[in-house]
Design a protein around this ligand. Structure first.
Ligand code: HEM
Length: 451
């Protein structure tokens, strides 16, 4: 499964700067793609200060500084950036993803409790059912049929999260919800100029006016799905568990349902899309994964009991997360004057960590831009502590990491047994990071049959 002496794949990465850009050009780029504003030297520095218009940003870029901000000094940096809060607040209200202070402390145990790894056995049948349906849909296509793999994986992840959240949502509802979320996110991402200009939180944002109609539509659909999930006699669901065990109701319940769709849908879809893309560029890795999947599953659909027998599948997904972390920027705002890595931090300063920079840091990784899944195989040298953080770290670590990895492993291993997706010839894949890191707006692939 991969000889380290042979030429290895270096998949595309955003342009790296070699000179200083004027502030407005930097801002223009930042709003299009948050990853194409970084300089070559940023892949070597441990900690640096930068400026986004009126906002000073301190970037933690080493295991020690990341640990300091996200674990040791968590209380000072637990607040999400104003850009993120303003972008998401109309949609998820006081949902745990953007809450802080008392609100976050009250909600976190409820959401973490229902999405915990010990509950995987409850979710796995829904995951396997969705994967089996996608497999059947692909088998019904002619060999070599063209698909948009990003949309395929988006559809799969939307079905999984909605079935797990709501039990048995009405047919068509997951696709409707996912499409509405994507429209919303495309509209709000990168639009919060007032925060970058240093204006306070109470200054109205234009997006609030423009996205209001969309939000009302999404909330109406969610309210209907939540009501069905908590009705007496409804099957098991995360919404039901958050109501019964966490005591959530009304708007709080809808906000956490919206949070889980937001946090768990596009992220997992992007991970799977990137993994298919990388496999399409590396024949040896694709063959290795297929051989492992066929040996472990014997042509069947994977269940969670199969996960320990899929170490290479896990390694491919972890290497995809290293190269293309779906949440590529973690952005916080200091809630008090304090100190970090010997630097003074003023209340209101942005504190950033970019899994994207850290995962390609030259002091932490050998051949950081190459696709080498074997670095994550059991027995490989240990990964750098706090140097691989696709799910963040500390008290705000992703509550759905095990959920996401299980879902992605079940899907990739099951589907790779019979298809070998190939990139449509001539397609240029360009990473794009606004709220999440995606392989562009579409990922055109051909569903070739695997031999
Ligand atoms: C590959 C898929 C996923 C990735 C890469 C991912 C990554 C992340 C990251 C980096 C954060 C922290 C963000 C920050 O600190 O700014 C986060 C938070 C969160 N994630 Fe995930 N996530 C994924 C899937 C999921 C799934 C499937 C769920 C739920 C089923 C989920 C639930 C959450 C929640 C609730 C939070 C907020 C935690 C808090 O603030 O206390 N995520 N995720």
């Amino acid at each position: 499964m991969g000889d380290t002496t042979e030429a290895r794949l270096t998949p595309p990465f955003p342009e790296r700067l070699t000179r200083r850009l004027p502030p407005l050009e930097l801002l223009r780029r930042f709003r299009q793609d948050m990853l194409s504003v970084w300089h070559e030297r940023h892949f070597e520095e441990r900690f640096f200060a930068t400026r986004l218009l009126a906002r000073r940003a301190l970037v933690c870029n080493s295991p020690a500084t990341v640990h300091a901000a996200f674990v040791a000094r968590h209380a000072a940096f637990e607040r999400k950036s104003p850009q993120l809060r303003h972008a998401l607040e109309p949609l998820i209200g006081d949902g745990v993803f953007i809450a802080d202070g008392l609100a976050w402390r009250a909600r976190r145990p409820v959401v973490a409790g229902v999405t915990h790894r010990r509950r995987l056995a409850e979710f796995a049948p829904a995951m396997a059912a969705v994967v089996a349906e996608r497999r059947a849909a692909w088998a019904a296509r002619r060999p070599g049929a063209a698909v948009d793999m990003l949309a395929e994986m988006g559809g799969l992840a939307a079905e999984v999260i909605c079935r797990v959240l709501f039990g048995a949502p009405e047919p068509g509802a997951p696709a409707e919800v996912a499409a509405a979320f994507s429209r919303y996110l495309a509209r709000v991402a990168g639009e919060d100029l007032p925060s970058l200009l240093g204006l306070p939180d109470w200054v109205p944002r234009f997006q609030g006016l423009r996205v209001g109609e969309e939000v009302r539509r999404i909330h109406a659909v969610l309210d209907r799905l939540v009501a069905a999930a908590v009705r007496p006699g409804a099957g098991i669901s995360l919404v039901g568990a958050m109501a019964a065990e966490g005591g959530l109701e009304g708007e709080a319940l809808r906000n956490e349902a919206a949070t889980l769709i937001l946090a768990g849908h596009e992220t997992t879809a992007n991970l799977l899309a990137w993994a298919w893309f990388l496999l399409s560029q590396d024949a040896a890795a694709a063959a290795g994964l297929r051989a492992e999947a066929r040996a472990a599953l014997g042509g069947g659909v994977a269940g969670i009991e199969d996960l320990p027998r899929l170490p290479f599948t896990r390694a491919v997904l972890e290497e995809s997360l290293r190269l293309y972390p779906p949440v590529a920027v973690l952005a916080r705002q200091a809630v008090q004057d304090t100190e970090l890595a010997g630097h003074r931090v003023r209340r209101g300063d942005l504190v950033l960590t970019l899994p994207f920079l850290l995962h390609r840091h030259r002091a932490l990784w050998a051949a950081p831009d190459e696709f080498r899944p074997e670095r994550f195989l059991p027995g490989a040298p240990p990964r750098p502590l706090h140097g691989f953080i696709p799910f963040s770290l500390g008290p705000r670590v992703c509550t759905g990491a095990h959920f996401a990895m299980a879902e992605a492993m079940l899907a990739l291993a099951t589907l790779a047994q019979d298809v070998a997706p190939r990139l449509v010839p001539g397609t240029v894949v360009t990473p794009r990071c606004r709220l999440s890191l995606r392989p562009g707006e579409v990922l055109p692939m051909l569903l070739e049959r695997a031999t």
